[in-house]
Design a protein. Structure first.
Length: 187
């Protein structure tokens, strides 16, 4: 129980670090996007790392007990996943450069993490059918330190990523459309 309290506190600290960085920037569509992403990902951490109890939950089977590093990495890699999927829709008013710049800054991504994002983005653009497999393997390896390629774990992780992004999109567009959000900050 002490472990869970400490891990929950570390998850909250990772979330608040991202939120604090975002609050330093002026209001914009990109800031809204990543604030909403941080909210959704924090909810996912609470559910999948702590609350949900079901057989072979990948996030509870990592090599190490959840800690701040794991949570920070989780936020970063999943925010990259959201970005790649969102940019693949190719909305004319969204500037991919500004969006990626906000991603890298808000989530305080280092060169290795930026390179991982670029590789995943290239994979999504060039090999769409293989992207999800490569991404979930990267998620398991980079966040959970798991190297096995058990198909059940891959399917669990792929389902998690798909549902996480779907829920994010529902939440992000529930009260304000993408077009409204884009125009909200234009003078």
């Amino acid at each position: 129980m002490i472990f869970t309290k400490r891990a929950k506190k570390e998850a909250k600290m990772a979330y608040e670090k991202i939120y604090g960085r975002l609050r330093q920037r002026e209001n914009s569509f990109y800031r809204d996007f990543y604030e909403c992403a941080a909210d959704e990902l924090y909810a996912d951490i609470s559910d999948y790392f702590f609350d949900l109890r079901f057989y072979n939950n990948v996030f509870k089977r990592g090599t190490f007990r959840p800690n701040r590093i794991i949570f920070e990495r989780f936020f970063k890699i999943m925010a990259g996943f959201y970005t790649i999927n969102f940019l693949s829709v190719k909305i004319d008013t969204v500037d991919p450069y500004k969006m990626e710049e906000m991603l890298f800054w808000a989530y305080d991504m280092d060169e290795v993490e930026r390179r991982l994002y670029e590789i995943m983005k290239q994979m999504a653009e060039s090999y769409k059918h293989e992207f999800m497999n490569a991404f979930v393997y990267s998620l398991k390896r980079y966040v959970l330190f798991m190297e096995d390629s058990n198909y059940f774990y891959l399917a669990f992780s792929a389902n998690f990523c798909y549902n996480s992004y779907r829920m994010f999109c529902e939440f992000f567009t529930k009260y304000e459309s993408i077009e409204y959000r884009m125009n909200k900050y234009v003078s």
